[in-house]
Design a protein around this ligand. Structure first.
Ligand SMILES: Cc1cc2nc3c(=O)[nH]c(=O)nc-3n(C[C@H](O)[C@H](O)[C@H](O)COP(=O)(O)OP(=O)(O)OC[C@H]3O[C@@H](n4cnc5c(N)ncnc54)[C@H](O)[C@@H]3O)c2cc1C
Length: 419
């Protein structure tokens, strides 16, 4: 094992804090850099699910055929800012290329070791930080309104099962008993018991960062802008608040990682899939576990502070202002899912949020060393599964910095796959 190193972690989202925590446990001197507060990026408002079963890529065979229908449906799961389309075309081309039957099997097999052990890898961090009460393992329920809709998802379930995910199926009556809050429109459901969730994603990141600081880790308000290298060796991270000497750096700036990788000569087609949530405080009804409406592609999660509906994909880049209709549409869908909710809610009980999923077209992250320096490790682009993948990502990063072999195969996550 390499000796103690001074390591700068760029970005204090769930990925950054898991990386910082695992690095600290290896005895390194670690600082976290972020221009904002920890956990206020995509890690703030997600659905909170630690779904080890999430091995299905976004680009599935035939998914492109659904796009026109989704784009025309105002309640559809996908929207696009047409002015952004020209910039998006290279990403969409790669997305389309990624969605072959052969490639999705390979992508799912690559993802399973990264996401499957999520709760096992999170547990030591959560226990050390005294945050056990924020993480639950009660399973995740996927519900369908028709047998045809379930059949359309056949490949997704095949990918989960062939990667060792155990699934319990429920008919309409079984669903009623399992989750009495659900609409009777749902005729079947699949429960994945290995999955877990947090009922406070921001609270979890915050608690992990507090613990990191209590153990001597530093949190520095600064935006990384580049690196100072001496040949292939890292000397310092360059920021808008000056240079910070470092022997190693981890790039986990979420959707904003692309220019940092580009400054090192690695061109990666990182995009943002913008997602929304809508929350109802003090809801009239609350499911016991997270429930995904497979057609609507949104999740209802019972949170500490209320009921959260999260989901949708909006392709509009990093700069465009939010389109809050995308969040309010989730309320309409949520009321259909959980008919016990009131038909109207006062504005004071509703809150909305938009966040930037950091996404690559093949639904795999970039995880591994930069081409120009072994001291700089990329750990970004986890798309829809960043909460879930963060604990194992943190462990991989710590092993690489400490000179050990990564515990899982990271070859499919190399930045070089896009060359
Ligand atoms: C609606 C929605 C629902 C979701 N639901 C789930 C779910 O249930 N389960 C799941 O696993 N995933 C889910 N996700 C995805 C998940 O939220 C993300 O993949 C994950 O949060 C990404 O974490 P991150 O640490 O990479 O990025 P972020 O949380 O975005 O953190 C990146 C940090 O980097 C900082 N930063 C940016 N630029 C710089 C810079 N130059 N220098 C320093 N710092 C910088 C930012 O300020 C930010 O704090 C969901 C996402 C959305 C939008």
């Amino acid at each position: 094992m390499a000796g103690e190193r001074r390591v700068g972690v760029i970005g204090a989202g769930m990925v950054g804090v898991c990386a910082a925590s695992y690095l600290q446990r290896d005895g390194h001197s670690v600082f976290l850099l972020d221009p904002g507060n920890p956990g206020e990026g995509a890690s703030f408002g997600n659905a909170g699910c630690f779904n080890g079963s999430s091995v299905t890529p976004m680009a599935m065979p035939g998914v492109i055929r659904n796009v026109p229908k989704w784009l025309m449906d105002p309640l559809g799961p996908l929207s696009l800012r047409w002015s952004y389309l020209p910039r998006l075309l290279p990403y969409l081309y790669r997305f389309w290329r990624a969605g072959t039957a052969a490639r999705v099997h390979a992508q799912a097999a690559a993802l399973r070791p990264l996401v499957g052990p999520t709760l096992a890898m999170l547990r030591p961090l959560v226990e050390a930080a005294g945050a056990e009460a924020l993480v639950h393992q009660r399973g995740h329920l996927y519900v369908y309104r028709s047998a045809e809709a379930l059949a359309k998802d056949g490949l997704a379930w095949e990918l989960r099962r062939e990667n060792g995910v155990v699934v319990d199926e429920f008919d309409a009556d079984g669903l009623r008993q399992l989750e009495p809050t659900l609409s009777r429109d749902y005729v079947c459901g699949l429960l994945v018991r290995e999955n877990g969730h947090t009922d406070n994603p921001l609270g979890l990141v915050t608690r992990l960062v507090e613990h990191f600081r209590q153990r001597g880790g530093e949190f520095i308000h600064a935006r990384a802008t580049g690196f100072r290298l001496d040949g292939r060796r890292l000397r310092a991270i360059v920021t808008d608040a000056g240079e910070f000497p470092a022997d190693a750096a981890i790039v986990c700036a979420g959707a904003r990682s692309k220019p940092l990788a580009a400054s090192l000569g690695d061109r990666v087609p990182l995009e943002t899939e913008r997602g929304y949530h809508l929350m109802i405080s003090d809801p009239e009804t609350m499911p016991r576990i997270p429930i995904a409406d497979a057609d609507g592609k949104f999740v209802a999660t019972p949170m500490e502070s209320g009921l959260r509906f999260a989901g949708t994909v909006e392709l509009a880049g990093l700069a465009a202002p939010p389109d809050w209709r995308r969040a309010h549409m989730l309320l309409e869908q949520g009321r259909r899912m959980l008919p016990g909710l009131a038909a109207t809610h006062g504005e004071e009980r509703i809150s909305v949020w938009m966040g930037h999923r950091p996404s690559l077209p093949d639904s795999l992250p970039v995880l591994g060393p930069a081409a120009s320096s072994p001291d700089i490790i990329y750990a970004f682009g986890h798309g829809h599964v960043g909460m879930t993948a963060a604990p194992m990502t943190g462990k991989v990063v710590a092993d690489l910095v400490s000179g050990r072999t990564a515990p899982i195969d990271i070859a499919p996550f190399a930045a070089a796959r896009f060359r």
